[in-house]
Design a protein. Structure first.
Length: 165
């Protein structure tokens, strides 16, 4: 299989498609463990297990069915005034390219709409190709929620993107 060939969807032992669900407190160690490789590479800002415990309600995760491990996650933080931020978006290296990131994004968009969010923001240090495929564009100066934008580390060189819902 070449790098350009899409991988088949990830299925659990029961051959059912992956499941996107809200994280629970007991998922915090798995979310932290999944994110560790991305902390080490610099793709994500390091966060403690305590962050995942305190913010479990913001996280969506994707797994296989049954007792399958967490394969991906992202958090959706409500920033008020019709804005939300996606952060800590990652999919395990062996599961990338199988639609898990897309499933997480679609679930986050649906949840955001349900909360009357009008615009979703994110920041990325890598290529923004995935986000652009899903309608994100470069956010103009001052459009992002001020508290969130002010907490971004300029040394990381993040690109701020937004998507209207």
């Amino acid at each position: 299989m070449t790098a350009a060939t899409p991988r088949p969807p990830v299925h659990g032992a029961d051959d059912l498609p992956p499941l996107v669900r809200r994280a629970r407190l007991q998922d915090a160690p798995a979310l932290h463990a999944l994110s560790m490789a991305f902390f080490r590479s610099g793709a994500l800002r390091p966060r403690s297990v305590d962050h995942y415990l305190a913010h479990a309600g913001e996280f969506l995760l994707v797994t296989g069915r049954g007792r399958a491990p967490v394969r991906g996650c992202l958090a959706l933080s409500d920033e008020g005034e019709g804005a939300a931020v996606l952060y800590n978006f990652c999919v395990a290296r062996g599961s990338q390219g199988r639609g898990l990131g897309a499933a997480l994004l679609h679930a986050a968009f649906a949840e955001a709409r349900g909360r009357s969010v009008r615009e979703v923001f994110t920041a990325t240090t890598g290529g923004a190709a995935l986000f652009r495929r899903y309608g994100f564009r470069s956010a103009g100066p001052g459009r992002a929620p001020a508290a969130w934008a002010g907490a971004l580390d300029p040394a990381r060189g993040s690109e701020v993107l937004s998507r209207l819902l």
